[in-house]
Structures are given as C-alpha cells and as structure tokens.
Design a binder for this molecule. Sequence first.
Ligand SMILES: Nc1ncnc2c1ncn2[C@@H]1O[C@H](COP(=O)(O)OP(=O)(O)OP(=O)(O)O)[C@@H](O)[C@H]1O
Ligand SMILES: [Mg+2]
Length: 325
Amino acid sequence: MTSEMISVQDLAVRFTANQTKKWPWSKPGVVKAVNGVSFAVNRGQTLGIVGESGCGKSTLVRAIAGLVKPSHGTVRVGGKVVDYSRRKEVIALRRQVQMIFQDPVASLNPRMTIRDIIAEPLVMFFPEMNGEARETRVHALLDRVGIPRRNANRYPHEFSGGQCQRIGIARALAAEPKVLLCDEPVSALDVSIQAQVVNLLQELQADMGLTLIFVAHDLGVVRHISDEILVMYLGGMMEQAPADALVARPTHPYTRALLSAVPVPDPSQRITPQVLDGDLPSPLNLPQGCLFQSRCPARLPECATTRPDLKRDGRHYRACLLEAS
Ligand SMILES: Nc1ncnc2c1ncn2[C@@H]1O[C@H](COP(=O)(O)OP(=O)(O)OP(=O)(O)O)[C@@H](O)[C@H]1O
Ligand SMILES: [Mg+2]
C-alpha cells in the first residue's frame, strides 16, 4: 500500500538581496527564489525535480530540510506539519529527512576522518550508543556504500569525488532517515561514475524503503529513476506528472524544450533541439503574467497579464494558458 511520506503545500522562499555598493541608498531587493510549489511523494517513491540553473531547486530542498527559512507554505513529513520555528522539531526532522549535496568533497569536513564524519550523526541521534557499537555501525555503513573499512582513518581529500559522495551517503544513512533529499548528487562526478552512484541510491531505496527527492538539471538524469517528475522554472511549477507520461506526452512548452535537449540513441525518435530565445527574467523582478512568457514559443497575448494556475488532469499537473494538446 502506498501512503504519503512527504508533502509540500504552496511553499515560497524569499531572500533579501544585498544592496549594491554603487547605489547603497537603494532599497534592498527581494529574490523570489521559490514561488508556491506543492507536491506529495508517497513512501518508497522518487520525485525528480528538474529545471535550469537558478530556478530554485536547491532552495526548495534546503527549505524542506530546514536549512533556509520558508516564507510561506507548509511541509508535512509522515503526515505531520513541521514547525520550523521550533528547534526540537527541526532536529527531529533532520533525523527523518537527510540531504545529499551536489559537491561531495566540499560537503565533508576536511579535518575529520571518515570514521568521525559517519559517526557524527550517530553521536547526535543515538547518544545511548557506546563506542564499540558505533564503530560496528560505521563499518556496516562503509560496507553498505562500498568503501573498504581499512579507509576509516583517512581524510576526505584522499578520496575521489565518487567515493566522497558514497561517504556522504553513508553519513546521511547513519541517521536512519526515511527521506533522502538528493540535490544534484551526481552532477559534479565523471559520467562513468554517475551511474554507479545512482545505482547505489536505487539499491538503498529498494532495501530500506527510502523516499527520494532527486534534483537534476536535465531530464536525461531523472527520467529513468523517478516515479514522478516536477518541472520548475523561475521558482514556480510548470508541470508535474508520472515520469513516463511527462516524457511521452509533455504538455507544457517549457517541458517540451527541456525534452528536446535530451540525447536519444534511436535516430528515428530524435527531435530537433528547440533553442529558447528571449531573456530569463531576474527572480528580483518577476513578470506579472506567466513566468515563462519571455521565452515561450507558443505565447498568447493573455500570458503577459495572467499567471496560470496549476491545473490538474488525473495525475498530470500543468500551469499554462494554452489548451492542452
Ligand atoms: N542565500 C541567498 N541569498 C540571495 N539569493 C539567493 C540565495 N540562495 C539562492 N539565491 C537565489 O535564488 C535563486 C535560486 O537559486 P538556487 O540555488 O535554489 O537555484 P538552483 O535551481 O539550485 O540552481 P543550480 O542548478 O545552479 O544549482 C537564484 O536566483 C539564486 O541567486
Ligand atoms: Mg542547486
């Protein structure tokens, strides 16, 4: 039976942009990094989140993890609303929801051995565990992610990017989480290593019933591992659907453009890559109507003034004023 593990309702994140030195008297601007995102992920399932650089993917997952403060909206984990203003709740959330970061080397403390890095969450979340039990657990976690135990005394700089990401995964698993928020976990790795890390995450998911949120730049990485895919643009949701349906029948012009950029091995299936003209607006100054209007090849006059709501058709959601085709 499937049941909801994590959900987000109308989440928004705002940042106050620094004033420039040139005009110190100017009012600080507000960066609207995430604008009204809603989704739900069932236990053991994977939600892929895609969109180009700066569209708010990291900010969204960091807000869920309690690393940046949402300015609006609610997050539910296991059906319970998270109150980010209460420290105790945020600590409890960190046990259930762990993050895997994009830069595996930078995300590990260079002054700590990998034993201490993996043991840190054990000390924090399982204070009753004695030293021996902790050592056994660290070894089991190293085995699980395929790092030889004899390396426990080494430091992060002695490992490759792929190995550092495995260590980051072991550290996340130490908390025994239910949800992993993976923020472009393979983007910084060599292509040959990417598949190994993705396979490891999938194996762990199958073994432990983990729920995954998997962020990526492009659809090529997430289409095979996601049950559902959410497409973001300028902090807003453009489309969300089961992965197969989104790839086979994309209904939003932005998703179509993203898909046309994914390489396909079969020449008969190839579509001409669609280049998006027009400027990407600044999140400091969002347009009044549709967020995608300045680059949309199918723009209508009303797109300049009307922000489309997210409309639902079965399990397919889309924010666009064009008739679905
Ligand atoms: N701490 C911050 N202060 C001000 N603006 C921020 C801050 N963090 C992010 N932003 C802005 O918020 C927007 C979204 O950034 P975010 O890093 O979430 O995008 P992203 O989709 O993860 O991009 P990438 O694919 O490059 O990782 C960007 O315009 C970014 O400049
Ligand atoms: Mg990011």
